[in-house]
Design a protein around this ligand. Sequence first.
Ligand SMILES: [Zn+2]
Ligand SMILES: [Zn+2]
Ligand SMILES: [Zn+2]
Length: 263
Amino acid sequence: MRKGEVKVTILGSGTSTGVPTIGCPCEVCRSPSPFNKRTRASILLSHIENGTNLVIDTSPDFRAQVLRHDVTHLEYALFTHTHADHCHGLDDLRAFYFWSRKPVDCWIRKDHAKDFRARFSYVFSDTGYLGTAPQIKLHAISAGHFKAGGYDIELIKLPHGTETTSAFRLGPFAYATDFKSFPPEAIEKWKGKLEVFVASGVQFKEHRTHSSVPETIELFRQLEVKRGIITHLSHAIDYERDSRNLPSFAEYAYDGLQFTVEI
Ligand SMILES: [Zn+2]
Ligand SMILES: [Zn+2]
Ligand SMILES: [Zn+2]
């Protein structure tokens, strides 16, 4: 495994609608706190030594997110699944090609690739002009270990309603979003291995296709996570009010949260 320091940026910490939710009069949606303003879920990994950038998912808010963090180049993208809130910012990869003249290497699970190609058929057809479509190179992957952008990554498949989602582990760091639960074999795989784990927990109440906040905290316990960061948050969570009730090893994500990990 390659050793290197990586800066992780939470580009977006919100559930599929984002927070505020359009038209919602609730206290969190109307809150002036920047910690309650959540764009759709995505993270950026910037390798400190070699300067490469990797994103997990390209949310519909991708353009605003990369502008906010002055991301001027992007080499790699991993996709967790094909729901709109995780990949519909794909078109905005176009701009990176103007400067780099290199396609962005993208990794997605084999069984997600068909839907991905259908959603973005124009990306995979020859338009005759490179500027009209994002220039990407799609790599199909399966559960298990694979290499991407020089990283050794472990992919595990998790249930998400009628779908499944891909969770990624890079050494002691992992990102898992849009899962209902971790099956026992997934717990076995990652138990004791995670120093920092960013995982979704959409609301306090049980959800049909997502892990709830209490379930995600219990998952951190089971996996013996040192620092658990809960993301993909809905308007049920008020950052300041609800942070007080978290155990010491858990915290809520917010847009722009940054930390470094040794991978
Ligand atoms: Zn989602
Ligand atoms: Zn609301
Ligand atoms: Zn989803």
